[in-house]
Structures are given as structure tokens and as C-alpha cells.
Design a protein around this ligand. Structure first.
Ligand code: SF4
Length: 93
């Protein structure tokens, strides 16, 4: 009788353990998918696709754009941009 109780307990612990292991794997898989999603969301567009030019347009320039990060970097456009540059994503600060 006692042996059987022990067997049943071990079996239920094994089932619970298996469930927890598979749940953790599912959570880890979801986190990995989320990281991939975040990385692709951070991808920048090419300068050509947004008609980037190295000169201002009607007083609009990277230096006064909300997406300009300084040091020739833009949050949305790939590559180095000039503070005097401009593209069609321009958004005033
Ligand atoms: S104008 Fe275009 S390239 Fe310049 S900072 Fe803004 S989004 Fe980036």
C-alpha cells in the first residue's frame, strides 16, 4: 500500500515536473521571439528609400528633426547623415 502511494506521488511529481519544464521552454521560446521582433522593429530604412539629401529643404534639416540623434546618426535612417541633411521622414522637434 505504501509502495503504491509512493509510486503515485512520484508519478504526479513527474507529471508536474514535466509540465513545469515544458512551460519554461514555452516562455523561453516566447522571449526569444519577442527579442527577434524588437530587433526587426529597430531596423532602419535606407537613405535612398526616404530621398535623403545632404542639404536642407526649405529650412528643414536633420539638426532640427526629432529623429536626429547627433554625431551624424538618425533614429530612422541607416548610415551617416549630415546635420544639414534632409529626408522625407523629417519631423520637427
Ligand atoms: S531629416 Fe530624415 S535623415 Fe535627417 S534626422 Fe530626420 S529622419 Fe533622419
Amino acid at each position: 500500500m505504501r509502495d503504491e502511494q509512493h509510486k503515485n506521488k512520484s508519478s504526479s511529481e513527474l507529471t508536474r515536473r514535466t509540465f513545469l519544464d515544458s512551460s519554461l521552454l514555452t516562455i523561453a521560446g516566447g522571449a526569444a521571439m519577442l527579442m527577434v521582433g524588437i530587433k526587426s522593429a529597430a531596423a532602419k530604412v535606407s537613405q535612398k528609400s526616404v530621398n535623403y539629401q545632404a542639404s536642407p529643404s526649405g529650412g528643414k534639416k536633420c539638426d532640427t528633426c526629432a529623429l536626429y540623434q547627433g554625431n551624424g546618426k538618425c533614429a530612422a535612417v541607416d548610415g551617416s547623415v549630415s546635420p544639414s541633411g534632409y529626408c522625407k521622414l523629417y519631423a520637427p522637434k
